[in-house]
Write a protein that binds this ligand. Structure first.
Ligand code: ZN
Length: 357
C-alpha cells in the first residue's frame, strides 16, 4: 500500500509520540514500583505495596498490625516522616489521619505528639488551628454551632472565657498592631515614647503616637478635599490614671456591667497605646460626634491612611464594645486594607494573619 508523503509524515509523528508516551509511563511506573523482593521476604501480599510500606520495611519500622494503614499514608520525603509514623500510629491514628497530621504546622505536630489520641478531623485544614485549644473548640462548637473556622478564631481570641479574668499582659506596646482589649491589658506604667500633638475639637492639644498623628493629618486633608468637612480628634492617648478616673466615674453612675460595655477598665483601653483616636466633626452639635455621611466616608476611606473602625456594628460580640463610629485605630496601611476588605476586627486579623500556630 502506497501512502502519500504527508500521511507518512503524520504517522511518523504519531509513532514518535507513542514511543515517548510509553517510555514516560514505563519510567513513571518504575519510579513508583517498590522492591517486590522486600515484600516476599516479609510474606506481604503485593496488593499492599506502597512507597510508605517500602519505607518502613527498608528502615526497619515495619509492624504488621499497621499494614492496612501504611497503604493509606502518603509517603513524604521529609526528615521526620519516620518520627511521625512511629509517634502517631501507636496512639491509634488511622492512615488518613496521619495524612492530616503531616499537613499541620511543626508546632502543632509537636503538641499533638504529647497527647493521647485526639479526634482532629474537623480542624486539620484550618490554618489558625491550635492543638492547645482543642477541648475549648469542641465545647464552644457544641454551645454555639458556628462554623468550625469561626469556632477556632473565636476561641483563639478567648471569646469562650469571661472577660477581665487573668488578662494577658501586653508586652509589645509600641507595635502598630498591639492588641489591647478585655483579654489583653497594658501595664499601668506603659507610656508611648513618641507622643506628638494635634489640635483637638475642644481647642485642646491632643497627644497621640507620632505615626498616628502623621496619618491623621493626611486623613484630615483628604476628608476636607473629598466631602468638605473637618474631622478633629477629641481624645487619643490617655494614661492609666486618667482611664481609671473615667471608668470609676462611669461605674459610679451606671454600675460596672453597664460601664463595661462602653468604657474600658484601666490598662485595658487601647487609648493608652496612643494609636486610638476619637473624632468629631466640629460643625455638629456638642452632643453629636459625626453625621451619618461623615461616618460613611470614614468607614470606606480610613484604611487608605492606615486606620480602621475599631468597634463596628455587628461585631460587638467580638470587640466587647457597643458600636463607636467615631473611634478609629491606627494599624498601618497594609493591615487596615485587609481588615477593611475582609470586614474583620483587629482581633480576627491578628489571629488569622499574624499569629503562627
Ligand atoms: Zn475611643
Amino acid at each position: 500500500m502506497k501512502l502519500k508523503p504527508g500521511v507518512k509524515f503524520c504517522l511518523f509523528i504519531v509513532l514518535i509520540g507513542l514511543i515517548g508516551l510509553i517510555g514516560f509511563k514505563y519510567f513513571k511506573k518504575d519510579a513508583e514500583k517498590i522492591d517486590n523482593s522486600l515484600l516476599k521476604e516479609h510474606h506481604i501480599s503485593e496488593k499492599y505495596a506502597s512507597k510508605t510500606l517500602e519505607f518502613v520495611l527498608k528502615n526497619d519500622l515495619y509492624e504488621e498490625k499497621y499494614l492496612k494503614e501504611y497503604a493509606k499514608i502518603n509517603y513524604r520525603e521529609e526528615d521526620d516522616f519516620a518520627t511521625i509514623l512511629t509517634t502517631f500510629l501507636p496512639k491509634g491514628y488511622q492512615g488518613e489521619e496521619i495524612n492530616y497530621i503531616l499537613k499541620l504546622s511543626k508546632t502543632n505536630q509537636e503538641k499533638l505528639a504529647k497527647l493521647e489520641y485526639q479526634d482532629i478531623q474537623n480542624y486539620y485544614k484550618i490554618k489558625n488551628f491550635n492543638v492547645d485549644n482543642l477541648e475549648r473548640y469542641n465545647a464552644y462548637y457544641k454551645e454555639h454551632k458556628y462554623s468550625y473556622e469561626d469556632v477556632v478564631t473565636y476561641v483563639n481570641i478567648n471569646l469562650d472565657l469571661p472577660v477581665y479574668t487573668n488578662p494577658h499582659t501586653v508586652t509589645d506596646g509600641n507595635s502598630n498592631l498591639v492588641l489591647v482589649n478585655k483579654y489583653n491589658c497594658l501595664e499601668a506604667n506603659y507610656t508611648p515614647s513618641d507622643l506628638a500633638y494635634l489640635k483637638g475639637a475642644y481647642g485642646n492639644e491632643v497627644p497621640m503616637r507620632e505615626i498616628a498623628q502623621k496619618a491623621l493629618v493626611k486623613l484630615q486633608e483628604a476628608v476636607t478635599k473629598e466631602i468638605g468637612i473637618t474631622l478633629l480628634p477629641t481624645t487619643s492617648y490617655r494614661n492609666y490614671n486618667f482611664q481609671k478616673t473615667l471608668y470609676d466615674n462611669y461605674v459610679a453612675e451606671d454600675g460596672a456591667s453597664a460601664a463595661d460595655t462602653y468604657s474600658a477598665r484601666p490598662g485595658c483601653s487601647e487609648h493608652q497605646t496612643g494609636l486610638a483616636i476619637d473624632l468629631k466633626n466640629p460643625d455638629t452639635p456638642a452632643s453629636r460626634r459625626l453625621n451619618d455621611s461623615d461616618y460613611e466616608w470614614l468607614k470606606n476611606n480610613a484604611h487608605r491612611f492606615g486606620f480602621i473602625i475599631r468597634f463596628p456594628k455587628d461585631k460587638e460580640f467580638i470587640t466587647g464594645y457597643q458600636e463607636e463610629n467615631w473611634h478609629i485605630r491606627y494599624v498601618g496601611e497594609e493591615a487596615a486594607k485587609i481588615i477593611y476588605e475582609n470586614k474583620l476586627t483587629l482581633e480576627e486579623y491578628i489571629d488569622l494573619y499574624i499569629t503562627n500556630y
